[in-house]
Structures are given as C-alpha cells and as structure tokens.
Design a protein around this ligand. Structure first.
Ligand code: MG
Length: 159
C-alpha cells in the first residue's frame, strides 16, 4: 500500500460583523473571518494537507483568490474539488488531524458537527477526523483576536 503524509496551514484576519465559518459550519460570533471565499480556515488547511500529500501544489494554485468565480464560495465546494483531484490520482483519505487556533469564541462545542461535515466530504468515518482547538494565550495577533489559524495533517493511500 502506498501511504503518503501531507500537512497544511492557513490564516485569516478577523473583523466584526461578518460570518465566522469554521469546519464547514457557521459559528455564532460577533467577529468573522475575512477572505475571498467564505474564509473557512480549517477547510483550507485540510485542502492544503490533501493537495500536499498528493503533490498537487496548493489551494491558491487551484482556486485563485483573484478569480471572481470563487468570490464568497462555500469552502465545502473547494474541499469536494480537492477530493476529486486526489481521487483522480488514485488516492483516498486515511485520516486527518487538525488544530484551530482562536481566542474566542470557543470552538469545542462545535467540533462534533464539524467532524460530521468533514467526514462526509472526505468519505471517511467521523473517527478519522480529529479536530483540536486551542487559544493563543492572549498573545500576538491570534491571542489579541485579530486572526484565526489552523493546521492540518493527513494520511492518504493508494491501494
Ligand atoms: Mg484561506
């Protein structure tokens, strides 16, 4: 079995009065993430992990942030497209491990729903989608509530 590892990282600026979409769901919040798409930092990190594992460049290469076609797009669509790209190379997902870094609001209550959404898109069991959340201890831009960050690692395989 051919197993490959991938990792991805993404950052978005936070601003008041816009939706906060993380892990494919909208989280009730006074602040949201700024981006060309729906700015879903977790799905973007997962996209880059999968693309990296299959050596298929990165999310910006496939979905340019200057292309009007992707303006405001639901990142679940981008992740579904990434799955098509890795499947075209004969790969499927084994598991994902990820971390969201955000000072507030708390992500933990929303993680089971995120796992469900992501598992569906990746065509794996929910047990194969790990999502962790942490604050940035009030320091630097993340801790000051100015930005949100996510890391993701994945294994994919070709049988
Ligand atoms: Mg992004």
């Amino acid at each position: 079995m051919n197993i490959r590892i991938g990792y991805g990282v993404d950052v978005h600026r936070l601003a008041p009065g816009i939706p906060l979409v993380v892990g494919g769901i909208e989280i009730p919040s006074d602040i949201g993430a700024v981006g060309h798409s729906d700015a879903d930092v977790l799905l973007h990190a997962i996209c880059d992990a999968l693309l990296g594992a299959a050596n298929l460049r990165d999310i910006g290469y496939h979905f340019s942030d200057t292309d009007q076609k992707f303006k405001g797009i639901d990142s679940k669509i981008l992740l579904a497209e990434v799955m098509k790209l890795i499947e075209a190379k004969g790969y499927s997902v084994i598991n994902i491990d990820s971390t969201i870094i955000l000072e507030t609001p708390k992500m933990n209550p929303h993680i089971p729903e995120m796992q469900k959404v992501i598992a569906g898109l990746l065509k794996v069991d929910e047990d194969a989608v790990s999502i962790k959340a942490t604050t940035h201890e009030k320091v630097d831009s993340f801790g000051e509530g100015k930005a949100i960050k996510s890391y993701a690692a994945c294994l994919i395989h070709k049988s």
